[in-house]
Write a protein that binds this ligand. Sequence first.
Ligand SMILES: NC(=O)c1ccc[n+]([C@@H]2O[C@H](COP(=O)([O-])OP(=O)(O)OC[C@H]3O[C@@H](n4cnc5c(N)ncnc54)[C@H](OP(=O)(O)O)[C@@H]3O)[C@@H](O)[C@H]2O)c1
Length: 344
Amino acid sequence: MAQVVSNTKVVLKGYVTGFPKESDLIVKTDTIELKLPEGSKGVLVKNLYLAADAHMRSQMSVAEDNFVETYIVGEPIHGYGVAKVLESGYPNLKKGDLVWGIVGWEEYHINNAPESTLFKIEHTDVPLSYYTGILGMTGMTAYVAFHVVGNVKKGDRVYITAAFGAVGQLIGQFAKALGCYVVGSAGSKEKVDLLKSKFGFDDAFNYKEEKDLDAALKRYFPEGIDVYFETVGGKMLEAALLNMRLNGRIAGIGMISQHNLEEEEGVRYLLSVITKRLTMRGFIVHDHYDLIPQYHELIVPLIKKGTIKYVEDVAEGLENGPAALVGIFQGKNVGKQVVVVARE
Ligand SMILES: NC(=O)c1ccc[n+]([C@@H]2O[C@H](COP(=O)([O-])OP(=O)(O)OC[C@H]3O[C@@H](n4cnc5c(N)ncnc54)[C@H](OP(=O)(O)O)[C@@H]3O)[C@@H](O)[C@H]2O)c1
C-alpha cells in the first residue's frame, strides 16, 4: 500500500487584474498518495525550494496570447524549483536524484513532462537553493543576455535596471569582469548601496527618487549608453532610448513595470532605434537551455571561489509563499526570492 501524506499547496483563487495580492492565492492542505500512477512516465518529487519569478504574474491572468500558459484556477501554481525524486517513470532520473526545473507550489508534485522541464543537479557542493536562481533559470537568463544577446565589449558603458534582481546582479558582475563601466538602478537605498559595495557596480541610483529619468541617465552616462539590459520597460525604456549611443545594443530581458498594468504603456522615442542604428533583441531563456552545461562550467567554480557574489531573500514555508511572490512586484525582495518548502 502506498503511503498517503498531507500535501500543503498554494492555489490560484481567481484570475488577477492589476497588482497581485496575497489574497489572490490560497494556501490549503489535502493529501497525496506517494506513488506514480501505473505506467506513468512522469516523476514524483518532494519539493525543497521554490523560486518566486516575475513571469509567474503573466500566468495569473487570463491568457492574452498563445505564448503564455496560464495557471488553472483552483489548482496549485507552478514555477521553477529544486526537488528530490521519490519515484520515477522517466529513465533519465531515478529515486534520490536532485533536480531543478518546473514544479507545482506544493510539498509533493508529479511532473508529467520531465524530459523538457526537469534537469538533474550535477553539482551538489554548492547551496541547493542556488538552483532556483543563479544556477537555474535566472542565472541562465543573465548568461544569455550578456554572452549571447548583449554583444558586450570591454570598455562599454552598461546600464542595468532591476539591477539588484536575480538577473541584474549577475549581469553587473559579468560586465565588471569584462572591464565595462556599469551603472544599475534599483528601488531602495539599501539595494543601491549593496550594488556598489557588494557587487562592485561603478555607480547606482534609486529610480524611485528620480523625477526625470532622462536627466538621471544623462548624469550617470554623460557620453551615452552602449548596452542597456532592459528588465523594466515603459518610461525607463523611453529614457534609455534617449540616452543610447550610436550602434548601441538593447538586450530585451523583461518589462516588469508592465506586468500589472491593465493596458501596456506606449513607448515613445522608438525612432532612436533607426537614427542611432541600435540593435534591440529580445529572448526567452528556455530557447537556450542547451547552454546550461557550458554555463555551469563557467559559474560553479566562480561561486565556489567567491569571485561571483549572490544574494538571496529567503521566505520560510509554503504558507509564506503568497507574500513572497506578490512582494517581488513591489520590490520587497532584496535578492533572489526563494521559498523554502523543506531543507532535506
Ligand atoms: N527573457 C527571459 O527569458 C527572462 C527570464 C527571467 C527573467 N526575465 C525578466 O527579467 C526581469 C528581472 O527578473 P529578476 O528575476 O532579476 O527579478 P527579481 O529578482 O524577481 O526582482 C524583481 C525586481 O524588479 C523590480 N521591480 C518590480 N516592479 C518594478 C517596476 N514597476 N519598475 C521597476 N522595477 C520593478 C523590483 O526591484 P526594485 O526594488 O529595484 O524596484 C524587484 O525586486 C523581469 O522583467 C523578468 O520578467 C526574463
